[in-house]
Design a protein around this ligand. Sequence first.
Ligand SMILES: Nc1ncnc2c1ncn2[C@@H]1O[C@H](COP(=O)(O)OP(=O)(O)OP(=O)(O)O)[C@@H](O)[C@H]1O
Ligand SMILES: Cc1ncc(CO)c(N)n1
Length: 267
Amino acid sequence: MTMAKVLTIAGSDSGGGAGIQADLKTFQELDTFGMSAITALTAQNTLGVHGVFPQSLEAIEAQIDAVLSDIGVDAVKTGMLFSAEIITLVAKKCKQYHVQNIVVDPVMVAKGGAVLLQDAATEALIKELLPIAAVITPNLPEAAKLLRTKEMETLEDMEKAAKELHKLGPKYVVLKGGHLKNGPAVDLLFDGEELHYLETERIETKHTHGTGCTYAAAIAAELAKGKSIKDSVQTAKLFITEAIRHSLSIGGGIGPTNHHAYKNSLL
Ligand SMILES: Nc1ncnc2c1ncn2[C@@H]1O[C@H](COP(=O)(O)OP(=O)(O)OP(=O)(O)O)[C@@H](O)[C@H]1O
Ligand SMILES: Cc1ncc(CO)c(N)n1
């Protein structure tokens, strides 16, 4: 039996709700074979990030080489990359192995404010990784940083921003509206020509740790299975919505989403 293979290149979240752990759980739930290359360890729980320990370039390169030289991948998802040097390495490796279906979640800060991407690394992200991405999945603060503008506040601002982000080189842009102050949870998918709206009700919960990671991982898993970008993003939106609807009240702070909820919803 074969299985679609997905590699996440991201940071480890010891608390299990975001990063590598969220990605692998999502890959599993969507019936794909998950693999990982860890860029940084974080000591993290529902209360926040208590330590960040970047891995050496040598360790990151060895993990990627081990996976890609033998097993291969149908899609790669990137998350926390932390530094310009790590971004340069990841872009080089993706090119070397001719990786298709790269989903770039441009992770910059954790919900509590901890820095997951050094300021000086934004430039490397724009120059080296966005042009080889199939999809990028910025939230509103990340989009503002990438475009060097102020944060979008309306759906109209988001529409303009999605078009500007597309000019940075990715094939598709998914601009996430989770951070909009009011109204439903609307994301925009822009393919260079047409804007598509993915809209769900806004669910009342504080337990949203790892939403962005989980969403991008679900897109990557669906792409790996050979689904179109539009279908992949639609399934991912259902996956994250169910995960948020059934999010877990674990720990004393912002709890994680429930990665198993989507499968349950299909029963
Ligand atoms: N309260 C909510 N109810 C329903 N959907 C939501 C809610 N909050 C976020 N979403 C959806 O979850 C997905 C992730 O969006 P969000 O903007 O929260 O990501 P993020 O800020 O990158 O997450 P993270 O903080 O993990 O990096 C999007 O599809 C967004 O629309
Ligand atoms: C390791 C890691 N990656 C990404 C995020 C963003 O949610 C996080 N909190 N931790």
